[in-house]
Design a protein around this ligand. Structure first.
Ligand code: ATP
Ligand code: MG
Length: 566
């Protein structure tokens, strides 16, 4: 018979299974220490969210801890801005590292000591080949490399030169410290990899203390080791770096975490490489890292995505060992599920068409009760003002309606949500023949409900009062790229050639119900019948701005239905 405990493990993904097993066998004295180690050279994106939810999630589920560590071994400009944004984004996603905030650069002294140890053991040497020569000597996947002419320098000379590299005696790129492993190794990472390079650059934390900087492969394993990480979880491309990390740790007999690789997240219609995201920002192809079309966490936040929906998405996609591309529609599906439960319903008209209720008293305003969220009875109702002049959506009226159009048309009666039945009697047009105004009558007996005589209408429209509503700017977004895979380009083209020219549409003159004057930046709403929207970070009472987060139609649910029929 299966014990409940075993059943539980069966349901776990392959990484959680390893962690559960390790706890059972007391492999790490019961400890679970994971980490999320971003390089502060850009803003976090939805791919990082997968890694964040995995590492922080495992720590939370197994009573361990997760470090936030900045892998800041490469001195670059503006890093502090990235550090700040990363801290904000991980917090926003709902995770907490407690006191365990670390910086790889804080370990520079320790790493230097380890390097000296390697030199003394004859396992590292100072090499005078320049970058190009080093590349040539390295060989290829099919050709073994060649030994550097400096490979057999005596230990004393290596110690002296390395000391002088550190002291700043040599120009950038003139020398490196390299591990002495095997230039013919089948794994190219093992062909005497560079451990340190000379770079006279200020570091955002260590300032000008160093002019030699550790390479990623040299530094990364030690960062995990120094922090006594138990499960060092990383993406698949580091699988063939693992032997090198092991080799480094073995040489200095350091604490040895277990590395586990999983497949990175790829999403349709977007790019996730930080280099490409930076290019979009620098070339001003988007308004910034937090442009609502960006796959960055700050962009998604500004667009109106909730942290809960992103966490749920990460749960649904799970982790495995095979690279694949996830449909953006799945992310939006998780988003809708959450927003449907949590967002307040309001009325807004994006493309206004004026409606005059001829039999409604001039100057009268009624405050009608509107339900805030049918999914959540606890949030109650609010008042929406009704008056003689209203706006409805242009597309909710057709002068000559085709068969399946059930909304407003000449002579037809419809319901205005939370208000009355109205009937259209007259259409006013401008000189070009565009419909600019409708004259209607209302039935006072239908207030807030059905007609007492039982007559039915076929549709219910949203509306706002022309006098009492508030003007707002609304921004509609579409995918940033037209192709599912933006990197699918003709020769000589770049991914930016696949940018969607219609990814942003600005509607400067929309009208929203007055309750939205209270909208704070990033507040989320459902505009009835239109979709989910969120107040932009720059929105204020003086100028209301809303971003459309996502439409109401769930394309993922449709895709699933089709799949199930097959
Ligand atoms: P890029 O390759 O664009 O420079 P990166 O992987 O170097 O991105 P890091 O800041 O080093 O970015 O990433 C921090 C952590 O996030 C790493 O552990 C990495 O494995 C993980 N990560 C990055 N991108 C993804 C992704 N698309 N899916 C899952 N995890 C990711
Ligand atoms: Mg990286």
């Amino acid at each position: 018979m299966e014990t409940p405990e075993k059943e539980e493990i069966v349901k776990l993904d392959f990484i959680r299974s390893i962690v559960a097993e390790d706890i059972k066998t007391n492999k790490w004295d019961g400890r679970v220490v994971t980490r999320f180690p971003p390089e502060p050279n850009g803003y976090l994106h939805i791919g990082h969210a997968k890694s964040i939810c995995l590492n922080f999630g495992i720590a939370a589920e197994f009573n361990g801890r997760c470090h936030l560590r900045f892998d800041d071994t490469n001195p670059a400009k503006e890093e502090q801005e990235y550090v700040n944004s990363i801290i904000e984004d991980v917090r926003w996603l709902g995770w907490d590292w407690g006191e365990h905030l670390y910086y790889g650069s804080d370990y520079f002294d320790q790493m230097y000591e380890y390097a000296i140890q390697l030199i003394k053991k004859g396992k590292a040497y100072v090499c005078d080949l320049n970058a190009e020569e080093t590349r040539q000597y390295r060989g290829s996947l099919t050709q073994p490399g060649k030994d550097s002419p400096y490979r057999n320098r005596p230990v004393e000379e290596n110690l002296d030169l390395f000391e002088r590299m550190k002291a700043g005696e040599f120009p950038d790129g003139s020398r490196t410290l390299r591990a002495k492993i095997d230039m013919a190794h089948v794994n190219m990472n093992m062909r005497d990899p560079v451990m340190y390079r000379i770079l006279h650059a200020s570091h955002h934390r260590s300032g000008d203390k160093w002019c030699i900087y550790p390479m990623y492969d040299w530094a990364h394993g030690f960062e995990d080791s120094i922090e006594t990480v138990t499960h060092s979880i990383c993406t698949l491309e580091f699988e063939n770096h693992r032997p090198l990390y092991d080799w480094f740790l073995d040489q200095v007999e350091a604490y040895h975490p277990q590395q586990i690789e999983f497949a990175r997240l790829n999403l349709t219609y977007t790019v996730m490489s930080k280099r490409k995201l930076l290019q979009l920002v620098q070339d001003k192809l988007v308004s910034g890292w937090d442009d609502p079309r960006m796959p960055t966490l700050s962009g998604l936040r500004r667009r109106g995505y909730s942290p809960a929906s992103i966490r749920e998405f990460c749960k649904v996609i799970g982790v495995n060992k095979f690279n694949s591309t996830i449909d953006f529609a799945l992310l939006d599906h998780c988003l809708r599920e959450d927003l449907n439960k949590t967002s307040a319903r309001v009325m807004a008209v994006l493309n206004p068409l004026k409606v005059v209720i001829d039999n409604y008293p001039e100057g009268q305003v009624e405050e009608l009760d509107a339900v805030n969220n049918p999914e959540d009875p606890n949030v109650g109702t609010r008042k929406v003002p009704f008056s003689k002049e209203l706006y409805i959506e242009q597309e909710d009226f057709m002068e000559e309606p085709p068969k399946k159009f059930f909304r407003l048309a000449p002579g037809r009666e419809v319901r205005l949500r939370y208000a009355y039945f109205i009937t259209c009697n007259e259409v006013v047009k401008d000189e070009q023949g565009n419909v600019v105004e409708l004259h209607c009558t209302y039935d006072p007996a239908t207030r807030g409900g059905d007609a007492p005589d039982g007559r039915r209408v076929k549709s219910t429209l949203h509306w706002v009062s022309a006098e009492k509503s508030v003007k707002a700017e609304v921004r509609l977004y579409d995918h940033l790229f037209t192709k599912e895979n933006p990197d699918d380009v003709e020769e000589g083209q770049s991914f930016t050639d696949n940018l969607n020219p219609n990814s942003l549409e600005i509607l400067p003159e929309c009208y929203v119900e007055p309750s939205l004057l209270e909208a704070k930046p990033l507040d989320r709403y459902q505009f009835e019948r239109l979709g989910y929207f969120c107040a932009d970070k720059a929105s204020s009472r003086e100028k209301l701005i809303f971003n459309r987060t996502v439409g109401l139609r769930d394309t993922w649910a449709k895709i699933q239905k089709k799949e199930n029929k097959k």
